[in-house]
Ligand binder design. Structure first.
Ligand SMILES: *[C@@H]1O[C@H](CO)[C@@H](O)[C@H](O)[C@H]1NC(C)=O
Ligand SMILES: *[C@@H]1O[C@H](CO)[C@@H](O)[C@H](O)[C@H]1NC(C)=O
Ligand SMILES: *[C@@H]1O[C@H](CO)[C@@H](O)[C@H](O)[C@H]1NC(C)=O
Ligand SMILES: *[C@@H]1O[C@H](CO)[C@@H](O)[C@H](O)[C@H]1NC(C)=O
Length: 468
């Protein structure tokens, strides 16, 4: 039998069953077979309930929930391996006594794993109850699912652990369920842009948050956000980079341990890139991002992308071939340009991207994937037909490059997209959102909470992306 990583619903189903088996199996591993047939359709109902619940979790809850789901996913993988091992032990010939002993030990390990999984489910539940918004609905659904699972439990003694009676159909459903849960989408007839299952980008709502930084209005250029792949212990942290020298250069990253500490201006300290500002390999231009506890940015006075490792405090660089830099191909609107915005770094579900322009591509945008190995390397590259100077900023979500343009001081529009999966460009997106001040100096997508983080005339804002 093979248990694949699956949704919460499936876990709560397995949980009581295996626990029961373990109790019985303390020494003998007898399984009480009630002989009833497992009702697939009811499991399916619960499964679709679970996936609906997941969809209904609001964005704010998303990052906490994502972390918990990640852990759950990992635990389930572990469980799968251990159940497989149990089967092998079962198959191995050895004395019956020895086999029983192995079985008992394996079941004990599985029991511990299940306890950990249950713990995660409780945390998941708490996370949702702590957030007021949709949590009542969610909790009710969860409760209903649990009740239904309890009802299903008595049917399932035949199916889950006893290897001779592998429930092929259940296995199929689990695989399907896993596919639904994975980042890679299940094949579908209608093409969803990029490589994520969220669907099309439908809307940008907000701002959800809008605040000045502790610097007041001193520094109009900068960037902020959350690391999509944070270091342990920094899951809820926010980073801020302000261009403190000539609105072009910076040499440090400021941390905040939460959004509220950022709002009140109580920082958790700075990490210094170099003592000079500017000097070799310090930050030039506002469009920087944090990923995997490293800051990616355009290097001072050079055609390179820099990566500053926050732990090792070391800098590695990767050359951007033919890139226009030092204000050659900045972002612009109407007559005005945003100085030194030649290089824009972005994050999405798949990691880091860099957006720039080359003379070879006539000053049009070029997009490259950044492979963030021991030394960062440029991966696949796309030449677009989008003139960089007609764009105010860009971001990448689900492998789709989006570009914004200036409509007026209150309104910005996402008008362009490049789907890196199909190579298709579109200029008709017409997704408008409200600004709180005129200029966008940086814009980046965080795949964990699906928010856009914007730095605008010394203010920091976040917006929700709505997919569907
Ligand atoms: C989730 O939390 C609610 C409220 O605290 C509780 O009543 C419910 O039993 C919990 N559900 C699970 C599955 O732990
Ligand atoms: C986008 O969101 C705004 C603000 O919530 C709303 O007024 C508007 O109707 C939405 N547009 C679409 C196309 O859903
Ligand atoms: C940063 O440095 C640490 C310590 O040397 C290393 O373990 C980690 O992999 C580095 N991170 C990146 C993104 O290179
Ligand atoms: C982009 O265009 C340049 C100039 O024509 C060309 O040399 C390069 O190979 C193109 N890159 C890709 C990925 O198409």
């Amino acid at each position: 039998m093979k248990i694949s990583p699956v949704s919460v619903a499936i876990v709560s189903m397995i949980l009581p069953i295996l626990a029961q088996v373990q109790q019985t199996a303390g020494c003998t591993c007898e399984i009480d077979n009630s002989g009833l047939t497992f009702p697939q359709s009811r499991l399916l109902n619960v499964q679709s309930g679970a996936s609906e619940c997941t969809k209904k979790i609001t964005s704010q809850e998303m990052s906490d929930v994502d972390i918990l789901l990640d852990k759950l996913h990992y635990r389930l993988q572990q469980l799968e391996l251990d159940v497989l091992k149990l089967e092998e032990e079962d198959d191995s010939d050895g004395s019956a006594q020895q086999a029983d002993l192995y079985k008992a030990v394996s079941l004990r390990i599985i029991e511990i794993e299940l306890a950990e999984i249950q713990d995660l489910i409780i945390k998941l539940n708490t996370t949702n109850t702590n957030h007021q918004g949709l949590s009542k609905d969610f909790t009710t659904k969860l409760q209903n699912m649990k009740t239904e699972m309890e009802a299903l439990e008595k049917f399932d003694r035949t199916g889950v652990v006893e290897k001779e009676k592998v429930n092929k159909q259940l296995q199929k459903e689990l695989v399907q369920c896993q596919a639904d849960l994975q980042v890679t989408p299940a094949p579908s007839i209608e093409h969803v842009p990029g490589n994520c299952p969220h669907g099309h980008l439908l809307n940008v709502t907000g701002p959800n948050t809008y605040t000045a930084t502790e610097y007041g209005t001193s520094y109009p250029f900068g960037a902020w956000g959350r690391d999509p792949k944070p270091a342990a212990g920094k899951e809820n942290w926010y980073w801020l980079v302000v261009l403190t020298s000539s609105s072009v250069y910076s040499n440090f990253i400021r941390w905040y341990s939460s959004h509220s500490t950022l709002v009140v201006g109580s920082n958790a300290g700075d990490v210094i890139i170099a003592s000079g500002n500017p000097t070799t390999n310090t930050v030039q231009g506002p469009n920087v991002v944090m990923y995997g506890d490293a800051l990616y940015y355009g290097c001072y006075n050079s055609p390179n992308l820099c990566r500053f490792n926050m732990t090792a405090r070391t800098i590695t660089t990767v050359a951007l071939p033919n890139v226009g830099y030092n204000n050659k191909f900045p972002f612009c609107h109407l007559g005005a340009c945003y100085t030194y915005t030649d290089i824009d770094v972005a994050t999405d579900e798949s990691g880091v991207w860099v957006v720039y322009a080359t003379a070879e591509n006539f000053g049009n945008v070029v997009l490259s994937k950044v492979e963030s190995g021991i030394t960062p390397l440029l991966g696949r590259t796309w030449n677009t037909s989008l003139h960089k100077r007609t764009v105010t900023n860009t971001f990448v979500a689900c492998g789709v490059l989006y570009a914004t343009r200036f409509l007026d001081k209150d309104t910005e529009e996402i008008f362009y997209s490049l789907d890196t999966v199909t190579g298709q460009e579109r200029y008709d997106l017409n997704l408008r959102f409200r600004k709180m001040s005129t200029n966008i100096h940086s814009l980046n997508y965080n795949p964990n909470d699906r928010q856009l983080y914007m730095y605008s005339d010394a203010y920091v804002l976040s917006y929700q992306l709505v997919f569907g």
